[in-house]
Design a protein around this ligand. Structure first.
Ligand code: C2E
Ligand code: MG
Ligand code: MG
Ligand code: MG
Length: 285
């Protein structure tokens, strides 16, 4: 009996493992296909000024419309794209599309503000990454200060000479740099001082319970103080309600992003939202 059970467990384990490997392979193939067939789309989420809620920038977030499975979340496919190297090609597409769209909006009379693009570690570590960014700017015609690159703490803190050189080159191009999900990695404060960055984005994990959890509140207050003292912009992510917003404003957090202001929206909807906000602001004057 127990021998049978062992065999069954083993068989079960093997089946489960094969299924996972198979699912991975299917996802990888589907991703390759999606790149060819252009099944990706960008959604945009505003970043607002804490003082008056005006839109000062927006983050581009990739979406995958799978013909059979519907919308697949980036949390599921970005890790696979990263492991398979497909992120380089996908990241190029995202960068181009975000810059093209931002310039198109400027051409249509909307204010010139930066679009923030998430850059994966593998993409950043390509030796030609800075050259790629320069090429995209030249090709789309977007002014460099209208592009912000969101990098992770891991990438920023990696002292490899080549990384630092890439950061310098990006800085020299005139694009803005921000650290995404700040507080979740292992930033060295001494290192932070030497990095050519503009913005810290406070991870939404700290924002979630900031009103009730005194530890999260202390962490957020500390990050805001650090950023303000270092003359860095600070953006809180994942702001969902008014009490979080009030806490952040009281703490001196300059900028906010989250469902309270808007979910990430498809381009056309984001544009309408933005125009509505602008005309309301004019009417309020
Ligand atoms: P992220 O860059 O930290 O983006 C913020 C995520 O939080 C987004 O999830 C956004 O939709 C979500 N979010 C915004 N406001 C709220 C809120 O108030 N509450 C909650 N609960 N969530 C909120 P999304 O779009 O699913 O993206 C997840 C992650 O996938 C991103 O985290 C980023 O790391 C990655 N990602 C997305 N697009 C790209 C891309 O084009 N390239 C790369 N390399 N990574 C991307
Ligand atoms: Mg981001
Ligand atoms: Mg983030
Ligand atoms: Mg995140």
């Amino acid at each position: 009996h127990s021998k049978d059970e062992g065999r069954n467990n083993y068989a079960f384990f093997r089946t489960e493992m094969n299924e996972r490997v198979l699912e991975r392979m299917q996802l990888e193939n589907a991703l390759r296909n999606a790149l060819r067939e252009e099944q990706f789309e960008l959604h945009y989420q505003p970043q607002v000024d804490s003082a008056n809620q005006s839109i000062v920038g927006f983050e581009a977030l990739v979406r995958w419309h799978h013909p059979q499975q519907g919308m697949i979340s980036p949390a599921r496919f970005i890790p696979v794209a990263e492991e398979t190297g497909l992120i380089v090609q996908l990241g190029d597409w995202v960068l181009n599309e975000a810059c093209r769209q931002n310039l198109a909006w400027q051409a249509a009379g909307l204010p010139p503000i930066p679009v923030a693009v998430n850059i994966s570690p593998l993409q950043f570590r390509q030796s030609e990454f800075a050259a790629t960014v320069a090429r995209v700017l030249a090709h789309t015609g977007l002014p460099p200060e209208c592009l912000e690159l969101e990098l992770t703490e891991g990438v920023m803190m990696d002292a490899a000479e080549r990384n630092i050189e890439t950061l310098r080159r990006l800085r020299a191009l005139g694009v803005k740099l921000s650290i995404d999900d700040f507080g979740t990695g292992y930033s060295s404060l001494a290192y932070l001082k030497r990095l050519p960055i503009d913005t810290l984005k406070i991870d939404q994990a700290f924002v979630r319970d900031v009103v009730d959890d005194t530890d999260d509140a202390a962490i957020i207050t500390t990050i805001i103080g650090l950023a303000n003292n270092m003359r860095l912009r600070v953006v809180a992510e994942g702001v969902e309600n008014e009490s979080q917003m009030r806490f952040l404003i009281a703490g001196g957090c300059g900028f906010q992003q989250g469902y309270l202001f808007s979910r990430p929206l498809p381009g056309a909807e984001f544009e309408s939202f933005w125009r509505r906000r602008l005309s309301n602001a004019v009417n309020a004057d």
